[in-house]
Design a protein around this ligand. Structure first.
Ligand SMILES: [Zn+2]
Ligand SMILES: [Zn+2]
Length: 369
Protein backbone atom coordinates (compact mmCIF):
# COMPACT_ATOMS: atom_id res chain seq x y z
CA UNK A 1 0.00 0.00 0.00
CA UNK A 2 1.23 3.53 -0.79
CA UNK A 3 0.11 6.93 0.42
CA UNK A 4 -0.48 9.70 -2.11
CA UNK A 5 -2.41 12.91 -2.58
CA UNK A 6 -5.77 12.97 -4.37
CA UNK A 7 -8.47 15.53 -5.14
CA UNK A 8 -11.41 14.09 -3.20
CA UNK A 9 -15.06 15.06 -3.67
CA UNK A 10 -16.60 14.51 -0.24
CA UNK A 11 -20.28 14.82 -1.13
CA UNK A 12 -22.42 15.76 -4.15
CA UNK A 13 -21.71 19.39 -5.07
CA UNK A 14 -18.71 19.73 -2.77
CA UNK A 15 -15.50 21.24 -4.17
CA UNK A 16 -12.36 19.25 -4.87
CA UNK A 17 -10.26 18.93 -1.72
CA UNK A 18 -6.64 17.80 -1.74
CA UNK A 19 -6.24 15.00 0.76
CA UNK A 20 -3.90 12.18 1.63
CA UNK A 21 -5.24 8.79 0.57
CA UNK A 22 -4.00 5.21 0.60
CA UNK A 23 -3.76 3.10 -2.56
CA UNK A 24 -3.70 -0.69 -2.63
CA UNK A 25 -0.83 -2.46 -4.30
CA UNK A 26 -1.76 -3.45 -7.86
CA UNK A 27 -3.85 -6.62 -8.12
CA UNK A 28 -2.87 -9.13 -10.88
CA UNK A 29 -4.54 -7.17 -13.72
CA UNK A 30 -3.81 -3.67 -12.35
CA UNK A 31 -0.97 -1.22 -12.74
CA UNK A 32 0.33 1.58 -10.55
CA UNK A 33 0.81 4.84 -12.44
CA UNK A 34 2.57 8.03 -11.40
CA UNK A 35 0.38 10.67 -13.01
CA UNK A 36 1.97 13.42 -15.09
CA UNK A 37 -1.22 15.10 -16.38
CA UNK A 38 -4.99 14.71 -16.19
CA UNK A 39 -7.68 16.50 -18.16
CA UNK A 40 -10.95 17.73 -16.68
CA UNK A 41 -13.97 16.61 -18.66
CA UNK A 42 -17.67 17.44 -18.25
CA UNK A 43 -18.44 13.98 -16.89
CA UNK A 44 -16.21 14.72 -13.88
CA UNK A 45 -18.28 17.80 -13.11
CA UNK A 46 -21.62 16.06 -13.71
CA UNK A 47 -20.67 13.22 -11.37
CA UNK A 48 -19.12 15.57 -8.79
CA UNK A 49 -22.33 17.59 -8.74
CA UNK A 50 -24.31 14.42 -8.01
CA UNK A 51 -26.22 14.36 -11.32
CA UNK A 52 -24.89 10.88 -12.00
CA UNK A 53 -24.73 8.50 -9.03
CA UNK A 54 -21.24 7.61 -7.80
CA UNK A 55 -20.12 6.57 -4.33
CA UNK A 56 -18.81 9.71 -2.57
CA UNK A 57 -16.48 10.54 -0.96
CA UNK A 58 -14.54 9.50 -4.00
CA UNK A 59 -11.87 10.34 -6.54
CA UNK A 60 -12.78 11.22 -10.14
CA UNK A 61 -10.60 11.91 -13.19
CA UNK A 62 -10.88 9.90 -16.40
CA UNK A 63 -8.39 11.15 -18.99
CA UNK A 64 -4.95 10.89 -17.51
CA UNK A 65 -1.44 10.16 -18.58
CA UNK A 66 1.56 9.04 -16.60
CA UNK A 67 4.38 6.59 -16.18
CA UNK A 68 3.90 2.98 -15.08
CA UNK A 69 5.61 2.34 -11.74
CA UNK A 70 4.52 -1.20 -10.95
CA UNK A 71 2.42 -3.91 -12.59
CA UNK A 72 0.35 -6.81 -11.30
CA UNK A 73 1.45 -10.40 -11.91
CA UNK A 74 -0.87 -10.98 -14.91
CA UNK A 75 -0.30 -7.67 -16.72
CA UNK A 76 0.91 -8.07 -20.31
CA UNK A 77 0.27 -4.71 -21.97
CA UNK A 78 2.82 -2.54 -20.19
CA UNK A 79 5.96 -2.69 -18.08
CA UNK A 80 7.34 -0.25 -15.49
CA UNK A 81 8.70 2.85 -17.19
CA UNK A 82 6.14 2.86 -20.03
CA UNK A 83 4.20 6.04 -20.75
CA UNK A 84 0.47 5.36 -20.79
CA UNK A 85 -2.68 7.27 -21.70
CA UNK A 86 -5.55 6.31 -19.41
CA UNK A 87 -9.00 5.82 -20.87
CA UNK A 88 -12.19 3.88 -20.11
CA UNK A 89 -12.13 0.21 -19.15
CA UNK A 90 -14.18 -2.76 -20.37
CA UNK A 91 -14.60 -6.46 -19.59
CA UNK A 92 -12.79 -7.84 -22.64
CA UNK A 93 -15.18 -10.80 -22.95
CA UNK A 94 -18.67 -9.65 -23.98
CA UNK A 95 -19.92 -9.49 -27.58
CA UNK A 96 -19.03 -5.79 -27.94
CA UNK A 97 -15.55 -6.25 -26.50
CA UNK A 98 -14.89 -9.27 -28.71
CA UNK A 99 -15.81 -7.26 -31.83
CA UNK A 100 -13.59 -4.25 -31.00
CA UNK A 101 -16.40 -2.07 -29.62
CA UNK A 102 -15.37 -1.94 -25.95
CA UNK A 103 -17.15 1.40 -25.41
CA UNK A 104 -20.36 -0.65 -25.68
CA UNK A 105 -19.23 -3.27 -23.18
CA UNK A 106 -22.16 -4.71 -21.24
CA UNK A 107 -20.38 -3.74 -18.01
CA UNK A 108 -19.56 -0.21 -19.19
CA UNK A 109 -21.80 1.82 -16.89
CA UNK A 110 -20.92 0.09 -13.59
CA UNK A 111 -17.25 -0.40 -14.44
CA UNK A 112 -16.62 3.16 -15.61
CA UNK A 113 -19.26 5.55 -14.45
CA UNK A 114 -21.26 4.67 -11.38
CA UNK A 115 -19.72 1.65 -9.66
CA UNK A 116 -16.76 3.28 -7.94
CA UNK A 117 -15.20 -0.10 -7.33
CA UNK A 118 -13.68 -3.18 -8.90
CA UNK A 119 -15.88 -5.99 -10.21
CA UNK A 120 -15.35 -7.82 -6.89
CA UNK A 121 -16.82 -4.90 -4.94
CA UNK A 122 -13.58 -3.54 -3.47
CA UNK A 123 -12.04 -0.12 -4.11
CA UNK A 124 -8.30 0.44 -4.47
CA UNK A 125 -8.61 3.78 -2.62
CA UNK A 126 -9.07 4.41 1.09
CA UNK A 127 -8.62 7.32 3.50
CA UNK A 128 -7.64 6.60 7.05
CA UNK A 129 -9.06 3.10 6.65
CA UNK A 130 -12.38 4.30 5.15
CA UNK A 131 -13.09 3.03 1.61
CA UNK A 132 -13.51 5.78 -1.00
CA UNK A 133 -15.18 5.64 -4.40
CA UNK A 134 -12.45 4.88 -6.93
CA UNK A 135 -11.84 3.10 -10.22
CA UNK A 136 -13.61 5.94 -12.08
CA UNK A 137 -13.17 4.87 -15.72
CA UNK A 138 -10.79 2.24 -14.35
CA UNK A 139 -8.39 4.96 -13.15
CA UNK A 140 -9.56 7.83 -10.82
CA UNK A 141 -6.70 9.93 -12.12
CA UNK A 142 -7.18 13.13 -10.09
CA UNK A 143 -4.37 11.93 -7.84
CA UNK A 144 -0.60 11.88 -7.91
CA UNK A 145 -0.69 8.09 -8.23
CA UNK A 146 -3.44 5.80 -9.46
CA UNK A 147 -4.18 2.09 -9.37
CA UNK A 148 -5.45 1.49 -12.88
CA UNK A 149 -7.16 -1.41 -14.58
CA UNK A 150 -4.83 -2.74 -17.27
CA UNK A 151 -7.59 -2.36 -19.87
CA UNK A 152 -7.74 1.39 -19.15
CA UNK A 153 -4.08 1.86 -20.04
CA UNK A 154 -2.77 2.36 -23.55
CA UNK A 155 0.98 2.46 -24.10
CA UNK A 156 2.18 5.42 -26.17
CA UNK A 157 5.57 6.87 -27.08
CA UNK A 158 6.70 9.16 -24.29
CA UNK A 159 7.93 12.02 -26.47
CA UNK A 160 4.76 14.13 -26.48
CA UNK A 161 4.17 16.59 -23.62
CA UNK A 162 1.79 15.13 -21.00
CA UNK A 163 -0.73 17.97 -21.45
CA UNK A 164 -1.21 16.87 -25.07
CA UNK A 165 -1.52 13.17 -24.21
CA UNK A 166 -4.07 13.37 -21.38
CA UNK A 167 -7.04 14.68 -23.44
CA UNK A 168 -6.65 11.80 -25.91
CA UNK A 169 -8.07 9.46 -23.26
CA UNK A 170 -11.61 10.86 -23.42
CA UNK A 171 -12.52 14.15 -25.07
CA UNK A 172 -10.39 13.93 -28.20
CA UNK A 173 -11.20 10.28 -28.91
CA UNK A 174 -14.87 11.03 -28.25
CA UNK A 175 -15.03 13.82 -30.84
CA UNK A 176 -12.79 12.17 -33.40
CA UNK A 177 -14.38 8.74 -33.02
CA UNK A 178 -17.91 10.11 -33.48
CA UNK A 179 -16.84 11.28 -36.94
CA UNK A 180 -14.51 8.46 -37.99
CA UNK A 181 -16.15 5.43 -36.37
CA UNK A 182 -19.83 6.30 -36.10
CA UNK A 183 -20.77 8.75 -38.88
CA UNK A 184 -18.07 7.86 -41.42
CA UNK A 185 -19.02 10.70 -43.78
CA UNK A 186 -18.72 10.00 -47.51
CA UNK A 187 -16.80 12.29 -49.88
CA UNK A 188 -18.60 15.52 -50.67
CA UNK A 189 -21.09 15.37 -47.80
CA UNK A 190 -21.78 18.01 -45.15
CA UNK A 191 -21.30 17.74 -41.41
CA UNK A 192 -22.30 20.08 -38.61
CA UNK A 193 -20.62 20.01 -35.21
CA UNK A 194 -22.86 21.27 -32.46
CA UNK A 195 -20.66 22.57 -29.66
CA UNK A 196 -17.12 23.92 -29.94
CA UNK A 197 -15.65 22.81 -26.62
CA UNK A 198 -12.89 20.23 -26.54
CA UNK A 199 -15.05 17.38 -27.87
CA UNK A 200 -16.69 19.44 -30.62
CA UNK A 201 -13.43 21.01 -31.74
CA UNK A 202 -11.80 17.57 -31.88
CA UNK A 203 -14.71 16.53 -34.10
CA UNK A 204 -14.08 19.54 -36.36
CA UNK A 205 -10.40 18.56 -36.67
CA UNK A 206 -11.36 14.94 -37.34
CA UNK A 207 -13.89 15.99 -39.99
CA UNK A 208 -11.20 18.11 -41.64
CA UNK A 209 -9.17 14.90 -42.10
CA UNK A 210 -12.05 13.34 -44.11
CA UNK A 211 -13.22 14.25 -47.64
CA UNK A 212 -16.37 16.09 -46.54
CA UNK A 213 -16.99 19.32 -48.45
CA UNK A 214 -18.75 21.29 -45.73
CA UNK A 215 -17.96 21.51 -42.02
CA UNK A 216 -20.25 23.75 -39.97
CA UNK A 217 -19.15 24.62 -36.43
CA UNK A 218 -22.05 25.73 -34.23
CA UNK A 219 -21.63 27.47 -30.90
CA UNK A 220 -21.95 30.70 -28.96
CA UNK A 221 -18.39 31.69 -28.12
CA UNK A 222 -16.95 33.85 -30.94
CA UNK A 223 -13.33 33.02 -29.99
CA UNK A 224 -14.03 29.28 -30.12
CA UNK A 225 -15.81 29.63 -33.46
CA UNK A 226 -12.80 31.49 -34.88
CA UNK A 227 -10.56 28.66 -33.64
CA UNK A 228 -12.89 26.10 -35.26
CA UNK A 229 -12.41 27.90 -38.57
CA UNK A 230 -8.65 27.62 -38.19
CA UNK A 231 -9.06 23.89 -37.57
CA UNK A 232 -11.09 23.29 -40.73
CA UNK A 233 -14.67 24.53 -40.27
CA UNK A 234 -15.87 25.93 -43.60
CA UNK A 235 -18.83 27.72 -41.98
CA UNK A 236 -19.83 28.79 -38.48
CA UNK A 237 -23.18 29.52 -36.86
CA UNK A 238 -23.25 31.63 -33.72
CA UNK A 239 -26.58 30.63 -32.19
CA UNK A 240 -26.77 33.91 -30.29
CA UNK A 241 -27.10 35.61 -33.67
CA UNK A 242 -28.64 33.06 -36.05
CA UNK A 243 -31.21 30.38 -35.36
CA UNK A 244 -29.50 27.03 -35.93
CA UNK A 245 -32.12 25.46 -38.21
CA UNK A 246 -32.25 28.55 -40.44
CA UNK A 247 -28.46 28.75 -40.55
CA UNK A 248 -28.13 25.11 -41.60
CA UNK A 249 -30.84 25.55 -44.25
CA UNK A 250 -28.95 28.51 -45.72
CA UNK A 251 -25.59 26.77 -45.76
CA UNK A 252 -26.93 23.57 -47.35
CA UNK A 253 -29.11 25.33 -49.91
CA UNK A 254 -32.25 24.04 -48.18
CA UNK A 255 -31.44 20.32 -48.52
CA UNK A 256 -30.45 19.78 -44.91
CA UNK A 257 -27.16 18.63 -43.45
CA UNK A 258 -25.94 15.07 -43.96
CA UNK A 259 -24.32 14.55 -40.57
CA UNK A 260 -24.41 16.19 -37.16
CA UNK A 261 -22.30 15.61 -34.07
CA UNK A 262 -24.33 16.81 -31.07
CA UNK A 263 -21.64 17.53 -28.48
CA UNK A 264 -23.61 19.73 -26.09
CA UNK A 265 -26.21 17.48 -24.50
CA UNK A 266 -29.09 19.91 -25.01
CA UNK A 267 -32.38 18.16 -25.84
CA UNK A 268 -33.88 21.13 -27.73
CA UNK A 269 -30.80 21.46 -29.91
CA UNK A 270 -30.76 17.70 -30.46
CA UNK A 271 -34.33 17.86 -31.71
CA UNK A 272 -33.43 20.77 -34.01
CA UNK A 273 -30.41 18.82 -35.26
CA UNK A 274 -32.58 15.83 -36.15
CA UNK A 275 -35.06 18.10 -37.91
CA UNK A 276 -32.20 19.74 -39.85
CA UNK A 277 -30.96 16.48 -41.39
CA UNK A 278 -31.09 15.72 -45.07
CA UNK A 279 -32.86 12.45 -45.96
CA UNK A 280 -30.65 9.49 -44.88
CA UNK A 281 -28.71 11.86 -42.65
CA UNK A 282 -27.52 10.90 -39.19
CA UNK A 283 -26.99 12.60 -35.85
CA UNK A 284 -24.33 11.25 -33.51
CA UNK A 285 -25.44 11.97 -29.95
CA UNK A 286 -22.30 12.58 -27.93
CA UNK A 287 -23.28 15.19 -25.33
CA UNK A 288 -24.78 13.76 -22.16
CA UNK A 289 -27.43 15.70 -20.23
CA UNK A 290 -28.31 14.53 -16.68
CA UNK A 291 -30.06 11.18 -16.36
CA UNK A 292 -33.74 11.22 -17.28
CA UNK A 293 -33.72 14.00 -19.93
CA UNK A 294 -36.15 13.26 -22.78
CA UNK A 295 -36.29 14.40 -26.40
CA UNK A 296 -39.61 14.44 -28.25
CA UNK A 297 -39.78 13.98 -32.02
CA UNK A 298 -42.31 14.03 -34.78
CA UNK A 299 -41.83 10.40 -35.86
CA UNK A 300 -42.50 11.35 -39.47
CA UNK A 301 -39.24 13.33 -39.48
CA UNK A 302 -37.37 10.04 -39.06
CA UNK A 303 -39.09 8.10 -41.82
CA UNK A 304 -36.95 9.38 -44.73
CA UNK A 305 -34.03 7.30 -43.50
CA UNK A 306 -32.88 9.72 -40.85
CA UNK A 307 -30.90 8.12 -38.03
CA UNK A 308 -30.12 9.05 -34.45
CA UNK A 309 -27.06 7.24 -33.10
CA UNK A 310 -25.89 7.30 -29.53
CA UNK A 311 -22.11 7.32 -29.22
CA UNK A 312 -20.00 6.60 -26.19
CA UNK A 313 -16.28 7.48 -26.22
CA UNK A 314 -16.36 7.72 -30.00
CA UNK A 315 -17.00 3.95 -30.26
CA UNK A 316 -13.25 3.78 -29.86
CA UNK A 317 -11.05 0.76 -29.61
CA UNK A 318 -8.49 2.66 -27.52
CA UNK A 319 -5.57 0.32 -28.20
CA UNK A 320 -5.87 1.27 -31.87
CA UNK A 321 -7.23 4.81 -31.78
CA UNK A 322 -5.18 6.46 -29.05
CA UNK A 323 -1.74 5.71 -30.56
CA UNK A 324 -3.10 6.99 -33.90
CA UNK A 325 -4.34 10.21 -32.26
CA UNK A 326 -0.92 10.64 -30.63
CA UNK A 327 0.72 10.28 -34.06
CA UNK A 328 -1.62 12.85 -35.58
CA UNK A 329 -0.88 15.27 -32.74
CA UNK A 330 2.85 14.67 -33.17
CA UNK A 331 2.74 15.41 -36.91
CA UNK A 332 0.58 18.52 -36.49
CA UNK A 333 -2.49 17.07 -38.19
CA UNK A 334 -4.53 17.16 -34.98
CA UNK A 335 -3.44 20.52 -33.55
CA UNK A 336 -5.08 20.36 -30.11
CA UNK A 337 -2.51 22.49 -28.30
CA UNK A 338 -4.44 25.81 -28.56
CA UNK A 339 -7.42 24.23 -26.77
CA UNK A 340 -5.42 23.45 -23.65
CA UNK A 341 -4.88 25.52 -20.55
CA UNK A 342 -2.56 24.01 -17.96
CA UNK A 343 -2.96 24.23 -14.17
CA UNK A 344 -0.89 22.81 -11.33
CA UNK A 345 -2.74 19.91 -9.70
CA UNK A 346 -3.18 21.97 -6.51
CA UNK A 347 -5.36 24.39 -8.50
CA UNK A 348 -7.88 21.76 -9.56
CA UNK A 349 -10.83 23.76 -8.21
CA UNK A 350 -9.84 26.88 -10.20
CA UNK A 351 -9.25 24.71 -13.26
CA UNK A 352 -12.65 23.13 -12.86
CA UNK A 353 -14.37 26.53 -12.40
CA UNK A 354 -12.60 27.90 -15.50
CA UNK A 355 -13.60 24.83 -17.48
CA UNK A 356 -17.22 25.06 -16.36
CA UNK A 357 -17.41 28.76 -17.28
CA UNK A 358 -15.73 28.22 -20.66
CA UNK A 359 -12.60 30.20 -19.72
CA UNK A 360 -10.63 27.05 -20.47
CA UNK A 361 -11.74 24.91 -23.42
CA UNK A 362 -9.72 22.01 -22.02
CA UNK A 363 -8.26 22.33 -18.54
CA UNK A 364 -5.34 19.99 -17.96
CA UNK A 365 -3.77 19.43 -14.54
CA UNK A 366 -0.01 18.98 -14.32
CA UNK A 367 1.62 17.00 -11.52
CA UNK A 368 5.09 17.94 -10.35
CA UNK A 369 7.52 15.04 -10.36
ZN1 LIG B 1 -14.80 12.57 -20.59
ZN1 LIG C 1 -17.21 -6.15 -22.48
Amino acid sequence: MITTQAAVIDSPGAPFSLQEIELDNPRPTEIQVRMTAAGICHTDLTVGAGHIPFPLPGVLGHEGTGVVEAVGSAVTRVVPGDTVVLTFTSCGHCASCRTAHPAYCTTWIPQNLIGGKRADGTSPISRGGQTLGGRFFGQSSFARHAIVDERSAVKVDGDLPPELLAPLGCSVQTGAGAVWNTLRPEPGTSIAILGVGAVGTAAVMAAALTPVSTIVAIGRRPDQLVLATKFGATHTINTDEVEMAAGLRDITGGTGVDYVVEAIGNPDLLRTAIESLAPRGAVAVVGAPPYGVDVSLDVHRLLPGRRVLGVCEGDSDPERLIPLLADLVRTGRLPIQPLIREYPFEEIQTASDDFRSGQATKAVLRFEA
